[in-house]
Each structure stands twice: as structure tokens, then as C-alpha cells.
Write a protein that binds this ligand. Structure first.
Ligand code: ZN
Ligand code: ZN
Length: 216
């Protein structure tokens, strides 16, 4: 088992335990939990403590409009599938993700997004979106900032950005104040699962200038 250095925070684990996360983020959380014993244990603890404690714990956070009573009833009724409790099958994708993709890596329908990077957007029911990213070894995802939150889980290979290194199982939580240029490490293509709740803001000066120029 690879050593995971970057984990989920309590807010995300509680959000997932109460069913209040958008589906896109829930999938990334479930996939991390199925790779990470530490976060699975924390998740199960949050699930076990129950509604009033969770309600208290999320006061002052921006997990908005959570109907804890109804959510916990659904959990109790077994309506929320226990994706996280399933151990990872052999393969690049843990079982939680394989259900979305309809198989492992070979089942992904990739689309090019430029500079050798490919993506596959997975269908979810809400506004937040989740995609698989394939970054060729040694290549970068264009420099960008974030209008909202971006949650990225590494499934194969590794990437570095200006701040740290992320290998299989690691989670990067990028918020509005972070700008970064993820670069896949040499030697192996990097596959990530990434959820965002707002479009990325690319920093390329020329594309933006050209865009403005053409409108005049
Ligand atoms: Zn973890
Ligand atoms: Zn980013």
C-alpha cells in the first residue's frame, strides 16, 4: 500500500457522512476513503457519533442548508450506499469509481483538452462537476486559479505543484486563494480525479487579451 500524505479534512468527511456534499465531491471523497485506512476510520467515527454532534461540529462552517434529520434517516434506512466501506478491487480505480466509469481505466472515453492533457467528465446530478484527468509524464496542466473549491485525488503516477508532491491516494484541496501549475512527474502518466464547484480561471495573458481584442 502506498503511503498517503495528503488527506481529507473534517469538513469534507462530515459533509460526506451526512450526505450534504454535492455528488461530484462525494465521489472524490468516497474514492479517497476506499484507498485510505486513516480517513475511512475518521469517516466511520463521524458516521457513528450521530446527528446532534455533527450538527454542532459543522456550526460556523459553510456546509449550507443541511437537513441532518432527513439525511440521517436516509443513512439509517440504508439509502446511502456504503461505497466507502468496500475495499479497493485490484486496478487503477477503486470500486466506488469503477461504478461511475463502468469499468477500470480501459473503459474511460478520453477527450483531448490541449497540450497532451485529456479529460473525461463523469455524469453527476448537480452543478459541481467531476472529471478524470490524464496528464502525460512530465507535462503540465495550464496554470490556473480557482473560483471555488477544487478537490483532486491522484489515482496513478504523481504530480507536483508549486507547493507539494501528490502521489497515488493523495488529495489536494485547492481553494480560491491558491494558484498552481500541476506538473506530472517523469516516468509515468498521471491520472487524477478532480471535482470543482466553479469553472477554473486560467491565467494565460495572451488568450485573455486575444479574446478581448476580438470583441472590439
Ligand atoms: Zn486519507
Ligand atoms: Zn487547480
Amino acid at each position: 500500500m502506498t503511503e498517503i500524505k495528503h488527506h481529507l479534512n473534517d469538513q469534507l468527511l462530515i459533509g460526506y457522512a451526512t450526505g450534504s456534499l454535492p455528488e461530484a465531491f462525494g465521489l472524490v471523497v468516497a474514492t479517497h476513503i476506499s484507498l485510505c485506512d486513516e480517513c475511512r476510520a475518521r469517516f466511520e467515527a463521524f458516521e457513528a457519533v450521530g446527528g446532534s454532534v455533527l450538527e454542532h461540529a459543522t456550526e460556523g462552517t459553510n456546509l449550507s442548508e443541511v437537513d441532518f434529520g432527513a439525511t440521517l434517516k436516509r443513512i439509517a434506512a440504508g439509502d446511502q450506499e456504503k461505497l466507502a466501506a468496500k475495499p479497493a478491487k485490484p486496478g487503477v480505480f477503486p470500486s466506488a469509481l469503477q461504478e461511475y466509469v463502468g469499468g477500470d481505466l480501459s473503459a474511460v472515453k478520453w477527450r483531448p483538452v490541449g497540450m497532451g492533457v485529456r479529460q473525461a467528465i463523469l455524469k453527476t446530478r448537480d452543478n459541481a462537476s467531476v472529471r478524470l484527468l490524464h496528464i502525460p509524464a512530465g507535462k503540465a496542466v495550464p496554470d490556473h486559479g480557482h473560483a471555488g473549491m477544487e478537490l483532486t485525488l491522484v489515482l496513478q503516477g504523481a504530480f507536483r505543484d508549486d507547493h507539494d508532491r501528490f502521489g497515488r491516494g493523495d488529495i489536494e484541496i485547492a481553494c480560491e486563494d491558491l494558484e498552481h501549475t500541476p506538473v506530472a512527474e517523469d516516468g509515468m502518466d498521471c491520472i487524477c480525479l478532480s471535482a470543482t464547484d466553479a469553472p477554473l480561471k486560467f491565467n494565460g495573458f495572451l488568450p485573455r487579451l486575444a479574446q478581448r481584442f476580438l470583441r472590439i
